[in-house]
Design a protein around this ligand. Structure first.
Ligand code: PLP
Length: 440
């Protein structure tokens, strides 16, 4: 545990950006749930089975078999992590001038769409942009928004719809099976593929089981398979659902698409049977698929996030509702109503949490949303949030209690908190490396 003075110095040196702080200065690390899971004994045992042959590693075939079994896709191309898969898919499917609809943007996903010449169009339901709405399926696609786009630009200019499970930027919010079914029939009619961002789709499956009529007796595994059967392929950051510290993949059913992805992966990632991973990484991922699909794991995982969220709610802290699966999102518009969005209130609040107790969180608001490429202005998204992401199988409820107390302490002195000005802004994904100074 560091002292307050040490943390003040650390965050100043990090330009008030938690991504630039050191892990050794962090007490409880809620920066991300990505790659931060504790691997199980069986996953560690899997590391000892690494077949590190350059080509045709046994571990690739194990992974391919488990993806076919659980996700149901015919073809698999491993990548080093999710954005590697997003890069391949965007380069293969998007032509300059295309429009890519999605149920809210994700930072790396949208950037790869833009780098391929596409324009992202948000077609998520309105409720997703309202942190106080308690709608149970805020990850749903608004089919009328999608139809408006298709009517306007023509289905030929829409290479696919990007559908994310448990939408990260909306607060970890699921889509329903009923919505996916409707989307599927719309997309079939217009010949538009559905490409899933499967990163947290096991957790989405859990919410369907819990909330949607007719699913209470189905297993996470069965629901996952039903979701995937409505889609044409996926990108995956295995660092979340699949309980590994590194890894990802692209998967699809179409033979020609697979051939192109398999060819492109050798340019950017590595041979098509390892895609930037070691054999042992693929073995750990194979085991992670099996563990993530168990009800026991999801009950513990989602239950822990809910425990923190309900504690914060009881204390009157404004958070995004319903409570999602991977993180608690603090609604900074209500926490710091006196700070203008162009003074980056969520960035400032994340820095305050770090100073208060060494808890590392991250901004999900105006900094993450970036600039509108046409106007060059900040996008000023409706959601200005700080994300407290919970790593899987790492912390205890006692840690969650410390987090609750720290958030309450900061809330009590919220009127003193001021905004920040950005003094360095990198070209891509600015939230990772931008630097700030307090406004005096
Ligand atoms: C929804 C979603 N998609 C894609 C990614 C990108 O994955 P990765 O960080 O493995 O490149 C992430 C992770 O941050 C994510 O949360």
């Amino acid at each position: 545990m560091t002292t307050r003075e040490e943390r003040e110095q650390a965050i100043r040196e990090a330009g008030y950006n938690t991504f630039l702080t050191r892990s050794r200065d962090t007490y409880i690390d809620l920066l991300t749930d990505s790659g931060t899971a504790a691997m199980s004994d069986k996953q560690w045992a899997g590391l000892m089975l690494g077949d590190e042959a350059y080509s045709g590693s046994e571990n690739f075939f194990h992974l391919e078999a488990v993806i076919r079994e659980y996700y149901g896709y015919k073809h698999l191309v491993p990548t080093h992590q999710g954005r590697g898969a997003e890069h391949l898919m965007s380069q293969i499917l998007i032509e300059p001038g295309d429009y890519v609809p999605g149920n809210m943007y994700f930072t790396t996903t949208r950037l790869h769409q833009e780098l391929a010449g596409g324009t992202f169009v948000d077609v998520i339901v309105d409720e997703a942009h309202d942190p106080m709405s308690t709608f149970q399926f805020k990850g749903n696609v608004d089919i009328s928004k999608l139809d408006r786009l298709v009517q306007e630009v023509g289905a030929k200019r829409v290479p696919y719809i990007s559908l994310e499970g448990n939408v990260n930027m909306a607060g970890g919010q699921p889509f329903s099976m009923a919505n996916l079914r409707e989307l599927h029939s719309y997309c079939r009619k217009h010949d538009i593929p559905i490409m899933l961002d499967a990163t947290r789709t096991m957790e989405n499956a859990w919410f369907i089981r819990e909330r949607e009529d007719g699913y209470a007796d189905k297993s996470v595994r069965e629901i996952l398979r039903e979701i995937c059967d409505f889609t044409d392929g996926c990108t995956m950051s295995a660092k979340k659902d699949l309980l590994v510290n590194i890894g990802g993949f692209f998967a699809c059913n179409d033979d020609e698409l697979f051939r192109r992805a398999q060819n492109l992966v050798v340019v950017y990632e590595g041979l098509h049977t390892y895609g930037g991973l070691t054999g042992r990484d693929m073995e750990a991922m194979t085991q992670g698929v099996r563990e993530a699909a168990t009800e026991d794991h999801q009950v513990a995982r989602i239950g822990q996030v809910r425990y923190l969220g309900e504690n914060l709610q009881r204390a009157g802290i404004p958070i995004v509702t319903p409570i999602g699966s991977h993180a608690i999102f603090i609604d900074v518009r209500r926490f710091l109503p006196h700070v203008d969005q162009d003074e980056y209130p969520a960035q400032a609040l994340a820095a305050e949490f770090f100073i208060e107790s060494g808890i590392r969180t991250m901004e999900r608001g105006n900094v993450s949303a970036g600039r509108d490429p046409e106007t060059g202005k900040n996008r000023r998204p409706a959601l200005e949030l700080v994300r407290l992401a919970i790593p899987r199988r790492v912390y205890t409820q006692a840690h969650m209690d410390v987090v609750t107390e720290s958030v309450i302490d900061v809330y009590k002195r919220r009127d003193e908190i001021r905004g920040l000005k950005m003094v360095y802004e990198p070209e891509y994904l600015r939230f990772f490396q931008a630097r700030f100074e307090p406004i005096t």
